[in-house]
Design a protein around this ligand. Structure first.
Ligand code: GLN
Length: 405
């Protein structure tokens, strides 16, 4: 009998499916898997219905519907200041997750090294492994102070991760799960290392619009000196417009790199759902008000959830971007009888306990590390929820931890 291939066996089932299933089973509020419990702008649903009615119901072109690729190019030029040719340099994928797989399968040869920051979004490592690549890890460590966006890497550790076999570095900014927004100085260093070592950078910018600190704006790696020709910029519709189920993502890359991406993409999905692409093309140029509204909600939700997590005794690392909060549970008062049976320093046990006994689901971040011990004291909470949903989590958390309010 066949089982899971040796390439994929180490990765098990993704934590998102596992925790969402557990949340459903226990009727828990799902602050685990990151998706909104509301829809994006209504006009986009009307555009989608129109696209279906107008007959965009057969396969779209393999690189993506031209109207959508033009919209992506115009938007990227306006925001990043980087001009791209939509015919030769943009590929529309089935969400950013497919783009990550297409990048690795289309450009990485067995034995090539790829530098990843840990914690990392779980598909990165699996995609490197599917391509036969070798991942090298650089840790993002929690800050000593509570300041925003302050997970940090060690410059020497990053420099040491580059070897003669390094072909690629993957930079996710704003960063899931830490909420870190990479600073200009950090991106400058990464850019210099890429240029020096002749390495390609993959910038996963799916949370590019979701930033909260005026002094920490999102910066596009492709706009740094020497990076235009060696950067693959990935983004998607899902996070920006609260349509995660539409699965529309894209890769922007110079022609030679795009050739590799398309070589894989044509055999992975060929192209994502065609009507969605037409609706996306209408949404992107008209989406600014919806984005502003979402960011305002997230900014206020961030404060609210951070406050509740602090009340129950967690140390909160305030995110500068994304819709996730990382919090340290190692300081919880275990003498509190309400916490009976809870093992210290085990994020899986903590998140299962929260889901089963408190009714609030979170993600145990150790699964996002090569060195899981770096994440054992943490838990990740998503705050892309209606305020009423967060208030319900607050009620459950406060009552389980014996706090009036
Ligand atoms: N990106 C989302 C998260 O981090 C989940 C993606 C998924 O479910 N595969 O929670």
């Amino acid at each position: 009998m066949l089982g899971v291939s040796t390439r994929l066996a180490p990765f098990g089932t993704t934590i998102f499916s596992e925790m969402t299933a557990l949340a459903l089973k226990h009727g828990a509020v799902n602050l685990a898997q990151g998706f909104p419990d509301f829809d994006g702008p209504e006009f986009a649903r009307v555009s989608l219905a129109d696209a279906v009615a107008q007959g965009h119901n057969q396969y779209g072109p393999m690189p993506g519907a031209p109207v959508l690729r033009r919209a992506i190019a115009a938007d990227f030029a306006a925001r990043a200041g980087v001009q791209t040719d939509p015919d030769r340099e943009i590929t529309v994928t089935c969400g950013c997750t497919e783009a990550i797989a297409a990048v690795m399968l289309g450009l990485i040869n067995p034995g090539d090294e790829v530098v990843l920051f840990e914690p990392f979004y779980d598909s990165y490592r699996a995609a490197v492994a599917m391509a036969g690549g070798v991942a090298r890890f650089v840790a993002l460590r929690p800050p000593r102070s509570d300041g925003p966006g302050a997970f940090e890497f060690d410059e020497a550790e990053l420099r040491a991760a580059f070897t003669p076999r390094t072909k690629m570095i993957l930079v996710n900014t704003p960063h899931n799960p830490t909420g870190k927004v990479f600073t200009r100085a950090e991106l400058q260093l990464i850019a210099e290392l890429c240029v020096h070592h002749g390495v390609v950078a993959v910038a996963d910018e799916v949370y590019e619009h979701l930033v909260f600190e005026p002094n920490l704006p999102h910066l596009h790696l492709a706009s740094f000196e020497g990076m235009r020709k060696r950067t693959i910029t990935l983004s998607s519709l899902g996070k920006t417009f609260s349509y995660t189920g539409w699965k529309i993502g894209w890769a922007i890359a110079p022609e030679g790199l795009t050739a590799g991406i398309r070589a894989a993409h044509q055999f992975l999905t060929f192209s994502p759902a065609h009507p969605m692409q037409h609706a996306a093309a209408a949404l992107i140029p008209a989406g600014a008000p919806a984005i502003a509204e979402l960011v305002a909600l997230l900014r206020s939700n961030r404060e609210f959830l951070a406050g509740v997590l602090r009340e129950i005794g967690l140390r909160v690392f305030m995110p500068a971007g994304t819709y996730f909060i990382m919090a340290d549970h190692s300081g919880l008062d275990r003498k509190n009888p309400k916490l009976a049976g809870l093992t210290a320093g085990d994020d899986r046990a903590f998140c299962r306990w929260l889901t089963e006994h408190v009714g609030v689901a979170a993600i145990p971040p150790s699964v996002f590390y090569d060195r899981p011990e770096l994440g054992h004291h943490l838990a990740r909470f998503a705050f892309v929820k209606k305020r009423a949903t967060l208030e319900e989590s607050a009620r459950r958390l406060r009552s389980s931890f014996g706090i009036a309010g």
